[in-house]
Write a protein that binds this ligand. Structure first.
Ligand SMILES: Nc1ncnc2c1ncn2[C@@H]1O[C@H](COP(=O)(O)OP(=O)(O)O)[C@@H](O)[C@H]1O
Ligand SMILES: [Mg+2]
Length: 186
């Protein structure tokens, strides 16, 4: 019989400025994250605490100020490429019953509950704009990608140009819809 080490360290990875290291401690999968920005890392800790009552988020077991940043120890969720994201479910060949019935309902119900419980009008100067403001502003990335461009709705599947989408009636779950691409972009 071979004894497994109680501590196993995985390779360090990075996506932004931060470093992530998978750690198995006594069989528990953890993710150690080293963040260099002290303001950002505290915002992450505070944001996690505010999300946790509303969404299923990985447990933040501990965090610690260290020289050059902050160390955060998260519960590590199973993952890997092409598995586990909403996009992976949406890209599956067949819409599984898991996706149709259970998952989408749970997802929209969770967002609906959290939004109804927490949404309040907020002074525009206090809004965190990082994720969308620049790209949605006139001349931003959305315009870069799409303004004045025409392309098939779905390559090789639906070769209707997106500019003509609005001339079609879409039948979704028995309800009729119109989608005007140019108006949506605006
Ligand atoms: N608790 C976790 N369990 C599993 N994978 C995670 C976890 N947290 C983050 N990841 C993976 O690591 C990536 C980067 O993590 P993230 O916290 O977004 O780092 P950064 O702040 O550097 O963008 C995520 O997109 C996700 O793929
Ligand atoms: Mg990230």
């Amino acid at each position: 019989m071979t004894l497994r080490s109680p501590l196993r360290l995985g390779p360090v990875r990075r996506f932004t400025r931060n470093l992530l290291c998978p750690v198995d401690l006594l069989g528990r999968p953890l993710l150690l994250k080293h963040t260099r920005d002290p303001v950002g890392s505290l915002a992450e800790v505070r944001g996690h605490a505010r999300l946790a009552p509303h969404y299923r988020v990985p447990t933040l077991h501990a965090h610690l100020r260290v020289p050059g940043g902050r160390l955060l120890a998260y519960e590590r969720l199973p993952g890997g490429t092409d598995h586990g994201l909403l996009l992976d479910l949406l890209n599956a060949d067949e819409a599984s019953s898991e996706l149709r019935r259970a998952y989408m309902d749970q997802l929209t119900a969770a967002y609906r509950e959290a939004i109804l419980a927490t949404a309040t009008p907020t002074d525009p100067t206090r809004v965190v704009r990082k994720l969308y403001w620049d790209r949605a502003a006139p001349g931003g990335r959305l315009d870069d990608y799409y303004a004045g461009k025409d392309f098939p709705i779905a390559d090789d599947l639906i070769d209707v140009p997106v500019s003509r989408l609005g001339t079609y009636t879409l039948n979704v779950n028995g309800r009729r819809h119109h989608l005007d691409w140019v108006a949506i972009l605006r």
